[in-house]
Design a protein around this ligand. Structure first.
Ligand code: IMP
Ligand code: MG
Length: 204
């Protein structure tokens, strides 16, 4: 079931679109909200002469940050971090190892961390502590999505795109087994996609 405007994706073609059961946030809906967040940041940091530093955590947030940056009408530097979280399986443990650190110094700078989705928020909690220790002039979070889970309720996000249901979703940077990041919308996978992955896993 696709929303209006999504019907142009060919139902019969064997594309990534065929793995999607439902679109939760259509491409134009995402674009509209990203534009609003960009406008809010432009307003809030209008007086900061040196502009802001946008930081994204690879890889999921890179697409959101790339679109967001183009909707901010101020000087923007973009920098990236890569982290891996210790611990088993899909749930993050909150213990984080930095695989790639920032290329620039953020001391005295106004920093906005762009996140794709806040789930448990454990990774971000660690990162914010780490970034704060570098003494930026300010440190805020812009997250495209926030799951309605109790765990991350403590994180103070200045900019939130959408509250979303506690479902596993893909697209617009979010992956399942490294796939679907390139979908221009955000949706839910068909259950058989997971079942297929499970049967592959149990065959090994
Ligand atoms: P947290 O530390 O539990 O908040 O982990 C958040 C990270 O997990 C996000 O930055 C995503 O990369 C990933 N993640 C959380 N929920 C989803 C989802 O529904 N689909 C895809 N990735 C997700
Ligand atoms: Mg992922």
């Amino acid at each position: 079931m696709r929303e209006k405007g999504e019907a142009s994706y060919d139902e019969k073609a064997r594309t990534v679109h065929n793995d999607i059961a439902e679109v939760l946030f259509a491409e134009d809906v995402l674009a509209q909200r990203v534009e609003e967040i960009g406008a809010a940041i432009t307003r809030d940091y209008a007086d900061v002469e040196e502009g802001i530093v946008l930081i994204s955590v690879l890889r999921g947030a890179a697409i959101f940050m790339a679109d967001l940056a183009r909707k901010i009408e101020l000087p923007v530097e973009m920098d990236y971090m890569a982290v891996s979280s210790y611990g088993s399986g899909a749930k993050s443990s909150g213990v984080v190892r930095i695989l790639k650190d920032l290329s620039s110094q953020i001391e005295g700078r106004h920093v906005v961390v762009a996140e794709d989705i806040l789930d448990s928020g454990l990774t971000l909690t660690y990162l914010l502590k780490n970034l704060a220790s570098r003494r930026p002039a300010s440190l805020e979070v812009a997250t495209l999505l926030r799951k309605k889970t109790l765990a991350q309720a403590k994180i103070d996000c200045k900019y939130v795109g959408f509250e979303c249901p506690d479902l596993f979703i893909v697209g617009y940077g979010l992956d399942y087994a490294e796939r679907y990041r390139n979908l221009p919308y955000i949706g839910v996978l068909k259950p058989e996609i997971y079942q297929h992955a499970d049967s592959i896993a149990s065959a090994h």
